[in-house]
Ligand binder design. Sequence first.
Ligand code: HEM
Ligand SMILES: *[C@@H]1O[C@H](CO)[C@@H](O)[C@H](O)[C@H]1NC(C)=O
Ligand SMILES: *[C@@H]1O[C@H](CO)[C@@H](O)[C@H](O)[C@H]1NC(C)=O
Ligand SMILES: *[C@@H]1O[C@H](CO)[C@@H](O)[C@H](O)[C@H]1NC(C)=O
Ligand SMILES: *[C@@H]1O[C@H](CO)[C@@H](O)[C@H](O)[C@H]1NC(C)=O
Ligand SMILES: *[C@@H]1O[C@H](CO)[C@@H](O)[C@H](O)[C@H]1NC(C)=O
Ligand SMILES: *[C@@H]1O[C@H](CO)[C@@H](O)[C@H](O)[C@H]1NC(C)=O
Ligand SMILES: *[C@@H]1O[C@H](CO)[C@@H](O)[C@H](O)[C@H]1NC(C)=O
Ligand SMILES: *[C@@H]1O[C@H](CO)[C@@H](O)[C@H](O)[C@H]1NC(C)=O
Ligand SMILES: *[C@@H]1O[C@H](CO)[C@@H](O)[C@H](O)[C@H]1NC(C)=O
Length: 555
Amino acid sequence: MGQTSSIAASLCIALAIMQNCPSVVAYTWPDPQIDLLESIRFQQNGFRQYGLAFGVVPCHSMANMQETGRSDSAEWFRTAYHDMATADVQAGTGGIDSSIAFETDREENKGKAFNESIGFFVAFHSARSSMADMVALGALFSVESCSNGEVMIPFRGGRQDVTEAGPLGVPQPQEGLDSHTAAFARQGFNTTEMIGLVACGHSIGGVHGSNFPEIVDVVDDIDNQASRHDFDETFDNFDNSVATQFVANNSQNPLAFGHNETTRSDFRIFNADGGDLIRKMAESQQFFWDTCSTLLERMLNTVPANVKLTEVIQPIPVKPNNLFIAVNRNGTMTISGEVRIIEDGTTSADREVTIHLKSRTGEPISIDPVVATTHEELQVHGYYKNIPSFSSYLFSTKAVSTNTGISSFDIEIKDGDNVTMHQNNGQGYPLQDALLVQKEGTCTRQAFIGRDSNNTLEVTAAVRDDMAFESVQLWVPKPVNMIGSLSSRFEPTAVEMTKTESLNGTGYSLYTGSFWFMINSVGPMKTFDLVADGPNGMVQNNFTKWADVPICKST
Ligand code: HEM
Ligand SMILES: *[C@@H]1O[C@H](CO)[C@@H](O)[C@H](O)[C@H]1NC(C)=O
Ligand SMILES: *[C@@H]1O[C@H](CO)[C@@H](O)[C@H](O)[C@H]1NC(C)=O
Ligand SMILES: *[C@@H]1O[C@H](CO)[C@@H](O)[C@H](O)[C@H]1NC(C)=O
Ligand SMILES: *[C@@H]1O[C@H](CO)[C@@H](O)[C@H](O)[C@H]1NC(C)=O
Ligand SMILES: *[C@@H]1O[C@H](CO)[C@@H](O)[C@H](O)[C@H]1NC(C)=O
Ligand SMILES: *[C@@H]1O[C@H](CO)[C@@H](O)[C@H](O)[C@H]1NC(C)=O
Ligand SMILES: *[C@@H]1O[C@H](CO)[C@@H](O)[C@H](O)[C@H]1NC(C)=O
Ligand SMILES: *[C@@H]1O[C@H](CO)[C@@H](O)[C@H](O)[C@H]1NC(C)=O
Ligand SMILES: *[C@@H]1O[C@H](CO)[C@@H](O)[C@H](O)[C@H]1NC(C)=O
């Protein structure tokens, strides 16, 4: 069903016949399931970049400088397959769920690749970006980078992390064809698809003597300390040479022509249909890429039956970010933030971006125009083709009276004569002013005690008095280490905030709260939420990144 409906959805968009496609909903900001993942996916190199894609650019790069003969791209890709390989699609269990993080000591998961991949992904793991999504995204970036964007895999988010190991079931090279066919059938791939998926997987990287000395020799080479024997002539290029070399009987691939006949699993698999598919993959680079793109998307979207993935995450053309409202003691407030705008070729050199604020009651606020500005350092680009570039525009409003308040804003973009008012599907970009993080009075601190770190957060919030909140809480998704895994789980933890001051004449009071936790090493991405509740309703101010508030001055 997924396949057909996603094709139907892209047709709807392509043909702009939205009224006939009720299931296609245009993106509206904010979307807690999409926004962070979209940034990690597309903000690759430049302003507010997320360094996940960086790990596999160029394709041969390796974060671990201690050992040559390895590459992160191949390891991240293999990690995703080994995470998925224990799935049972009939039973609706397993898939990409980061269970691999608990399974690194198994015979079927030999090598350092799995822990080191998870270790790299930790920095991007948060309450809104699961480790399982990072496992999928890591493999996706690998294939995209190693094909220089020739193979682009649609990315959906929403995978969920498990907190314990799953069953055994990763195919091993000494097993027979029947066993492999059965394993792939359990994973949801028939014989033809098995051949395709293995050929796609074994397009980059190789077999390491350090992991499989019975398959390839351990060599004494300072440039190849892990004794990698490449699958094909281009271990760092996602191309079809694994197929062309196989069809040409070139003996390079150790899993096809290695000295140990028992472990020639690629040979048995590639011949499982009489050599038909591998020949087609050898004949056409494009056919190879298309086959891989389809199969890999399915591999990465294999999740337990109870997990529902998001729509395909597309670049958001106009996206606010990093918004803060400061309540000033003189009865005004200052709204600051950024607007990230896609570079789609319509940008003029004299582009003007203006923010139009609406008051608490929804009226346009008449103050001097709020002009957002950009410069070179505020751009972000993709590392390979088919990733768009963006420019961010920064703004900080003139003082708005706290009696006036704010409820939303529109974004006007003027490119020469072309003026477009962006209104977020008509409703404006919403911005509540009842429960506000005050950067002044908010800070974080990280202190190391051996390998562990003590992470402290001190928060000051401005709270609107007329809301008459009965409780104002600071929520931290506290990361907790798990035994047997380098990943962590999040434990939502609440702290009651206390009123410390009335800001006379502003209609606001200040509340403060603090929180600390210990975690092994640096830990995942840290965020916090504010939640206030009372007779006039509940207000949430969620997902402020610790990294976006100041560091505490040492005492
Ligand atoms: C019957 C199925 C499979 C078997 C028996 C198998 C076996 C192996 C073995 C023994 C290695 C060497 C690992 C090392 O020395 O570090 C390897 C590497 C690799 N496999 Fe597979 N594999 C299979 C299917 C797949 C699939 C379906 C994918 C992905 C779609 C995949 C992706 C990779 C990658 C990327 C590497 C290179 C790792 C590196 O260079 O670090 N494999 N495989
Ligand atoms: C596997 O499924 C594909 C469709 O995804 C089909 O084209 C192919 O013939 C099938 N192969 C076998 C061996 O059933
Ligand atoms: C070939 O591989 C099998 C399975 O891993 C192993 O038991 C055997 O010892 C290997 N043979 C040689 C000659 O290395
Ligand atoms: C490769 O080897 C097979 C089996 O020995 C043979 O049928 C085929 O013709 C060979 N292909 C080439 C290109 O030499
Ligand atoms: C109020 O304070 C803010 C922030 O300190 C300042 O930017 C603004 O000019 C002040 N406004 C008035 C009317 O004093
Ligand atoms: C005007 O701007 C809109 C929105 O950015 C864009 O879709 C459109 O192509 C532009 N028109 C021209 C003539 O550049
Ligand atoms: C962590 O730091 C906080 C203050 O920042 C302190 O109160 C707490 O005792 C520290 N915890 C440990 C275990 O050192
Ligand atoms: C991976 O890390 C986990 C957690 O520290 C550990 O239990 C496991 O033994 C490690 N696996 C390998 C192969 O080093
Ligand atoms: C603010 O108002 C409160 C109560 O109305 C009063 O006790 C306090 O002294 C005032 N503070 C300032 C700085 O004016
Ligand atoms: C906001 O944060 C609170 C506390 O962590 C949580 O209960 C709530 O589900 C969050 N809401 C959204 C939309 O993320």
